[in-house]
Design a protein around this ligand. Sequence first.
Ligand SMILES: [Zn+2]
Length: 307
Amino acid sequence: MRRTLVMVTAVLGLLSLSLTGAHADRKLRVVATIPDLKSLTEAVGGDLVEVDTLTRGTQNFHEAEVRPSMMLKLRRADALIENGLELDTWADVAVTGANNPGIIRGSPGRIEISRGIQLLEVPTTRVDRSMGDVHPLGNPHFSLDPGLAPIITQNIVDGLSRLAPDNRPAFEKNRQAFLQKLDGEMERWTKQMEPVRGGKVVVYHPDFIYFLTRFGLVQVGMLEDRPGIPPSPQHLVQIIRQMKAEQVKVILVEPWNDLKLAERVAAEAGGGAKALVMANSVGAVKGADNYIAAIDYNVKTLAQVLK
Ligand SMILES: [Zn+2]
């Protein structure tokens, strides 16, 4: 009996050894729910990670459909990086289907990056999701604000380091190098946006609020009745009136939203107003194939159209 126990203990010891050392000699396999988080994880993980994403930048993340291909990616993942705030709740279904205990909620391989983010548009009254509002906990699209990248990347470093503690210094070094580069870009972006500070925009879906706030632009309205609820005719009449009164020159549109409708609203509002498809995510438009490129696209586009 005692002998068996010793054997079992020894085997368990070996097992746990091989578990902690499992990631030392190969890349960590990381899956991110959305492309922004993939790009930021690549920046932090460098050649120590292999990152995939569950969605494309042209998709509406709120309504991503769980597919077998998602489960396949998750089955072999060491970590799942999620946005949280109900943007990517569907990941839970995919994880259950993947049958990978290493990334279920609460396990070390589950990394949520919203920790420490000062949220905007947190409802003051209880929002019932059955009414269709897809931002019940506050606006989840914070990754579009480059000023929040230090917090997001810190959360990624902490998460990856739980799985590969020996690599923490390397993750930190990559993060510092990335943030230094981002700082330089930030200085340039702030200068570019300076002349249009206070500029007014209308959005289709409210996914730009963190970005707009960072650069001193003002969101005066949205085409959707509420986040996730399609525009009603009465609401559009009111938005057109408001755009005329406040001389709004631009409607920001997601690649998955109805550009034609936004263009009609812009034409009705007059004054040369335009509807433009923006990089509301990495991969949303051509050229926005990494985090810095996506932000750069938005800065350039808005600095141009609002001047
Ligand atoms: Zn949203």
